[in-house]
Design a binder for this molecule. Sequence first.
Ligand code: F6R
Length: 607
Amino acid sequence: MCGIIGYCGPKPAAPILVEGLKRLEYRGYDSAGICVGNERVLQLIKKKGKLQELRQAVPADMLGTYGIGHTRWATHGEVNDTNAHPHFDADGSIAIVHNGIIENYNALREKLEDEGFIFRSETDSEVIAFLLGTLYEGDLEQALKRTCRILKGTYGIVAMHKDEPGVLIGVRNGSPLVLGIGEHEMLLGSDVTAMLAHTKQVIYLEDGEVVRLTADSYRTTDLRDRDVDKKVDYITWELEEIEKDNHRYYMEKEIFEQPESILRAMQGRLDRDSATAHLGGLNMTNRELLEVERIKLVAAGTSYHAGMVATYLIESLARIPCSAELASELRYRNPIVERNSIYFAISQSGETADTLYAMRELQRKGARVLGICNVVGATIPRESDGGVYIHSGPEIAVASTKAFTSQLTALYLFALLIARMRDMSYEQGLVFIDALEAVPEQVRAILDRHAEVEALAKKYAHAEDFLFLGRGINYPVALEGALKLKEISYIHAEGYSAAEIKHGPIALINESTPSLVIIPDDGLREKVISNMKEIKARKGPVIALAVEGDRDVAAIADDVIYVPRAHEWVYPFLMMVPLQLFAYYCALELGRDVDQPRNLAKSVTVE
Ligand code: F6R
């Protein structure tokens, strides 16, 4: 979604702003712009399309050492130069960038139009700039605070005024804003990747907080002008981690990082002596964990699929009722919070609005909500009652890959912990640990054979529809495989339980609709083979994902992708990786923009 960068310091601001926007590209955007202040003049450049357009439009000698920049992901108004940010107030004295949605913008706009103001764009954000202009009495910070009392909705805003050189004011309500503290320079960004090249010291603003910054100072207050003391955090990510290295796309890099990222998620958390896991961040005593009678996993998209996998595992191993629910649905159905239940909000970014709002609603009802997140210091981990960081390192590609397998790892660790407190024996615990510890090398073996998946992708990429089928714990993997393919290749794909096809989807099967069928060596193998035969009987092409040496499957399927033999619980990891590769190579074959697929955003901070 939209990205924000602001800079105040001794250096020319324009290249720093454009570079910051480059780092934010991964969030998804359709236009970009910057505004730089110099000698009481604000210079504004905005361009529809990729950042390259903006870069070309910025003069090499653009002067000014403070400014703001924005990548826009359209919500109100079409994609064009005018609707791009920054936006000026009526007379061009103030410029703002805004992330979020202003819910009462229509009423505010009509009122301002009645007063004679003429808007240039169709955006809700321009209303903020105009309002700010009408409330300005010589102090931008105070004017912004007055403006915020009128606005309804979500926002992260950064504003600058031509008569207050070297000053930026930021405010947050529902859209993330981070202050970066450098050497005689300050930055503001919608996430830390925008400022990592300049500083690792950051302050995360909370809702209702305002920051006034100059090159050498910052002051944080609330909307009623009271000082707020803030803790300085340290970013643990390295700049190299957000580079592409020698990979064509971030998605490729992130798929191939999985042996290491899965290992990182489990490192230091497995205890062989006690055959259990240690997850100190849960902030729960053993007694509290023992009292848990129900577990609910709340998330969106890929994270939801990780949660679904965990429901099979937790119910089987710990014998505790466990269910997964889409955050966007849960929030609006007045959920019942039962005694002795715990919730997990699963989110790579830790900023997804649907998940965050569902979490807050659950907490209002008295629920204990734990977070499973990747981005340290993001809103969900900050507001949750405890949780687990998955430590996958930055995930830049819009399509989530390594975060999924690391989320699984964290959930598997939790399953082990809670199962060992119930029926799981010491010996069973050790078997589980062995199975989990083998996963990174098994994933590496699958990645080593990526060329086989690439060849299959080339063969099938021109099909118009795909089915992804799996059963049991691998059913959510089929859903995730279909999601991966559709989001980056734009091929229509549906994930189903292999058992369900006879209840409807089998009508879609014909010679040109391939099915990817997940057939691990588990208790459902025979049944999935029967489902595969039903497809073959209707001349549907089948690409099977099967265990090395499974001749029965090879005899029926048109093509087979093999994974190493493993413990039946860990096949979701092993089956997912070839499906990620398949989606990636199909998208390459079709010439898609793999890292920034159309219409999608990395961190979905609006509902
Ligand atoms: C798909 C994808 C999305 C996200 C979803 C939730 O590849 O990335 O479906 O999984 O938007 O995002 P997080 O995990 O950041 O809450």
